[in-house]
Design a protein around this ligand. Sequence first.
Ligand code: ARG
Length: 457
Amino acid sequence: MAQLWKGRFKKELAKETNDFNSSIRFDCRMFEEDIKGSIAHATMLGACGIIDKTESDKIISGLENILNDIKNGSLEIDMQAEDIHTFIEGELTERLGQTGKRLHTARSRNDQVALDIRLTLRKEIEEIKEKVKALISVICTKAEENKSTIMPGYTHLQRAQPITFAHHIMAYTAMLCRDLGRLDDAEKRMNICPLGSGALAGTTYPLNREMTAEQLGFDGITLNSLDGVSDRDFCIELAAALSLIMVHLSRFSEEIIMWCSWEFKFVELDDAFSTGSSIMPQKKNPDIAELVRGKSGRVFGDLTALLTVMKGIALAYNKDMQEDKEAIFDAVDTVKMCLTAFTPMIDTMTVLKDNMRNAAAKGFINATDCADYLVGKGLPFRDAYKATGELVALCIDKELTLETLPLEEYRNICGLFDENIYDAINLDTCVAGRTVVGGPSHESVEKQIEAAKQFIS
Ligand code: ARG
């Protein structure tokens, strides 16, 4: 397919140049957005009398036919074309002759591509938001089933204080709700129409930029033509928001991987969402979680690539910017793929409640509660902390737990202990007492579940 810029050149383009320069293999996915942008542009050109109304009508129906033909498979996108914009305009001109050539009046591929990426990413963000919401909803269901599933909470990967599995996994919904907020933010700043910026300096035609923007569902128009064509902040912002989603999925994956190990055995993944080994018959591997953890690196790489492409280019459009699409599309596709596999994996995993409870019974995770008991009896916390530390040391010596240590031994260390210490350090009591907002008690977790559900409704 011929280039759009033939006039001043005397030689054919070298094949190597075309192969290197062409973006069609990754911008062809924007065909629908490109056509819809062109329809809006042609409509506005006709309405403003910049081209004849009958010609604009012909262009619009020509573009609609091209869109249908691509969608139903009767028109194949030519992978030899320089880019999707060239292909669509070329096809239109082939079908309409002279009229087709009027479409590009008052427009450049620079504002066209800036438009197409925005429209494409806007749609992708909606899909990603739905997938994040589906994950939040699955986590909420798992949490509802595990409000009484006691497990050890950790700091430094050392057993620290008693929590529930529901409380633990609801932490991820807090992260994912922030992710949704960031996607909304990115979408808001992205939703501004650059058409009318021309190549860089706007245009002398009396355009109605608001009209095009409105037709395409934008909230407004860009206010500087140089920025309009050379801004890719919206790609970077989205890549940053996607990177954080991957950080969260990766942390969750790491926990799933640990929890699946024989050392923990807190969860069992469904056979449909795990894999085996070709040599070790006993193996059941959490490949999905590992891949999600690994793929986070790709998305961070895409963000770094975008930042690096943009940081050194003078205004306005430079061809470096063609690198934007592969990076941001890869980030989008990777996140979508990860969420698609991750959510049903969480949904179908079995929570091994007894193993969590057994792990919680070891590791003195009720030591803080024991100290708090003494505080309740009037002892300053620092003294209570010290007495409890001595009790823990004694238990380690005698291979006992705080639950099995006789009252007599408690009393030897501090006379304030009574029979009711055993109630106070019971793990269910310890969790039930943490009614603070954000805590692990039933009521607190129910509020967290409620809030997350509200957020995604
Ligand atoms: N394929 C180009 C890109 O993705 C489209 C814009 C081309 N503009 C130009 N002046 N060569 O950035």
